[in-house]
Design a binder for this molecule. Structure first.
Ligand SMILES: [Ca+2]
Length: 118
């Protein structure tokens, strides 16, 4: 079970690594050990953005808009403010969905991968 999950994540990361990065300014592209996706809406819906490195600011379009996060690899910190400031939410591989009224819904302004995982 765990092996199958790990394999599936690795496969997804391989697929996604072929996609181009649009939108976020990637300051330090890291290897496949830091990979994920953020979504405009809850439940992994709406516009999506591939994560491959740190972003000191997610950009005007994405600022305070992220409502769900899929992390394929790495331990990531999602900050309330730009430049990795404010309190942060630390998340490892998994799927996370926020909803209206949740503390972290539509709050994230910067993000970074603090530890690669494989
Ligand atoms: Ca949103």
């Amino acid at each position: 079970m765990l092996n199958a999950l790990t394999l599936r994540r690795a496969f997804a990361a391989t697929l996604l690594s072929g996609l181009s990065v649009i939108g976020f300014h990637v300051e330090s592209a890291q290897a496949a050990g830091c990979s994920g996706r953020v979504y405009w809406d809850s439940h992994f819906r709406g516009e999506a953005q591939h994560l491959r490195g740190d972003a000191s600011y997610v950009g005007d379009r994405w600022n305070d808009q992220i409502s769900s996060i899929a992390i394929y690899s790495g331990v990531w910190r999602f900050y309330r403010d730009a430049e990795f400031r404010g309190d942060y939410l630390e998340l490892g591989p998994g799927n996370y969905s926020f909803h209206a009224g949740d503390a972290w819904n539509d709050q994230i302004s910067s993000l970074r991968c603090v530890r690669p995982t494989y």
